[in-house]
Structures are given as structure tokens and as C-alpha cells.
Design a protein around this ligand. Sequence first.
Ligand SMILES: NC(=O)c1ccc[n+]([C@@H]2O[C@H](COP(=O)([O-])OP(=O)(O)OC[C@H]3O[C@@H](n4cnc5c(N)ncnc54)[C@H](OP(=O)(O)O)[C@@H]3O)[C@@H](O)[C@H]2O)c1
Length: 318
Amino acid sequence: MQKAWFYKEYGPKEVLQLGDCPIPIPQANELLVRVRAAALNPIDFKRRQRPIFPSDFPVVPGCDMAGIVVAKGSNVIKFDIGDEVYGNIQDFNAKGKLKQLGTLAEFIVIEETLVATKPKNLSFEEAASLPLAVQTAIQGFKTADFKEGGTVFIVGGGGGVGTLVIQLAKALFGASFVVATTSTPKVEFVKMLGADDVVDYTKTKYEQVEDKFDFLYDTIGDCKNSSVVAKEGAPIVEITWPPSHPRAVYSSLTVSGEELERLRPCLESGKLKPVIDPTGPYNFEDVIEAFAYLETGRARGKVVISGTLDQHYTTNSV
Ligand SMILES: NC(=O)c1ccc[n+]([C@@H]2O[C@H](COP(=O)([O-])OP(=O)(O)OC[C@H]3O[C@@H](n4cnc5c(N)ncnc54)[C@H](OP(=O)(O)O)[C@@H]3O)[C@@H](O)[C@H]2O)c1
């Protein structure tokens, strides 16, 4: 058995329990990974609060992880036992159900196509902070068919996705000018991530922004107001459902290990840096506290959990 966080009914964070769960057995194309760190995303608490996807209880929440391969199925070719990997395990079967239990556990199974080798310069916590948010951030640029040299206006530059959108705008997509919104305490932080200008939304309305932009990337679902900063005909992307403006196109992440592999040069060169909220990393035992913080909507980058339970495991156990 292993320790995992789970819930048996929908509800507030108090439905979460820490208890014993069986260690999953990897199928032919899957890895068994000892989780060393995990990250929380808003989907984890939205899914706990109400039935967004069909789920069988108990549900173990968590999509993101970084860890060490401890066993593998017979068809796995890219990874070996002992490899350090990271990925987003949010993958659905034909019935729309998540295939796997979540990452707030000591062990998870994951298809090898969903993970990538952890860049050597990143800690497990840094690597775990990336997959879901960075896959979302990248997909938004693809949905917009963003062209190098264009200008970008990012609504919500301080959050888990926004902090990566700012960095990727320059590092991967060649944006010429990047502006992001945030509240007063995060203005300097958002500038340090590479924004050329920062709009403090507590002081400045979108109508007061002088420029018009080639791409509006709204991470908080405020397009009914923010759309005024987009040039006529410019793409407007939202990542919250449903879109809040007739011109806004909803963009959803693509879960892929290859996408993470392609990011490796950017990560190893330091052009793209994981951003871990300074209240963390939280201990595995403090997951409820970590959720309480994320659910305030005020996170600064990613809320990360360290897998610190000391359980000994050998590959003979599966
Ligand atoms: N479609 C997809 O595939 C996909 C994938 C990932 C996430 N999402 C969704 O996208 C949303 C953002 O995700 P996330 O992980 O970035 O969430 P998050 O980390 O919880 O975002 C928190 C950030 O939002 C900022 N914020 C809140 N109100 C704001 C406002 N009025 N103007 C500017 N910034 C504001 C906060 O900054 P301040 O404290 O400065 O206000 C905070 O830094 C969530 O709803 C999530 O469910 C969708």
C-alpha cells in the first residue's frame, strides 16, 4: 500500500483525506513512478467541488508530477528504471474518464508518451510545477496562430499559467512587445519575468491602455472587458470556459511528453524558468493548506507539493 490524498464525495477542501491506497500496477506501455513532487492546478479543486468529468470515487487529485521510474511495462522503450521524469498525467479514456489516479500520491502510473526526462538543472519541485501550465501556455499561442514579431497583451500575468505565458512570449514565440496585467504587489515580480510593461489592474482600466495588440491572451476569463486592447481582427484567446466574449476562442491544453521534451533547450538555457509560489513548496502532509491557498486565486506562479513521505519500495513489490 501507499499513502495518497483522496476524496469520496464532491465538496470543499475538507473532503480530502490522507490514507492508504493500493500501489497501481503499470500496464505494458506505462511507467510506475515514485512521485518526488507534485503541483496543484485550479482544475484539481474545480473537479473536487463538482462533477466536471465523470469520476469513480475515491478520486486521487493532481495532474502534475516529477519523480523517479521504479518499474515499467514490457512495451516501454524510452525510459528505464531510475530515470528522472516529469509530466501531466491528465489523460482520458474513450468514456471521458481520467485513465489514472492523480499525482497527490507516493506512486503513479503514466503512459510513457506523456512524460519527458526531467531537465538536469531543475529540481523535482521545479519540474513538477511545469507540465499542465506550460502545455496550456504553449497551446494558447498555437490556437492564436501567433506570428513572430507580434505584440502580446496578457491578462493575469502573475498566476500559474500567466507567469509562463509571459516568459514563452519572448523565449519561444518571438514576441516583440509583451504587456501583462496584475495587482500592485506583483508588479515588480511580473516585470522580472520579462514583461516590457505591466498594467496594475487595481489602478488602470483596459480602456486606459494606450496601445492595441496583435494578440490578447486572457488567462482569467475577463475578455468581456479586456477585448478592447486587441487590434481589430487580432486573435483573442481565453483558457477558461465558457468564453466571455464573442471574439474569444477557448484554448485547451494538449497533454504530451514530446512537447515537454521540445522545451528542454529553453529550460536548460534558463530562458524559461519555473516559478514556484513562495508560500511553498508545501509538505505532502499539508495538501489541504496548499489547496486553501490556491483557492484564494492569489497564487504567484505555481503551488507545489514536495513528496516527503519516507516509504521504502522495491520493484519486486509489483
Ligand atoms: N483551458 C485549459 O486547458 C486550462 C489549463 C490550465 C488552467 N486553466 C484555467 O485558467 C485559469 C488560470 O489558471 P492558473 O493556473 O493560472 O490559475 P492561478 O495560478 O490560480 O491564477 C492566479 C492568478 O490570477 C491573477 N488574477 C486574479 N484576478 C485577476 C485580475 N482581475 N486581473 C489580473 N490577474 C488576476 C492573480 O493575480 P493577482 O493576485 O495579482 O490578482 C493570481 O496571480 C483557471 O481558471 C484555470 O482553471 C485552463
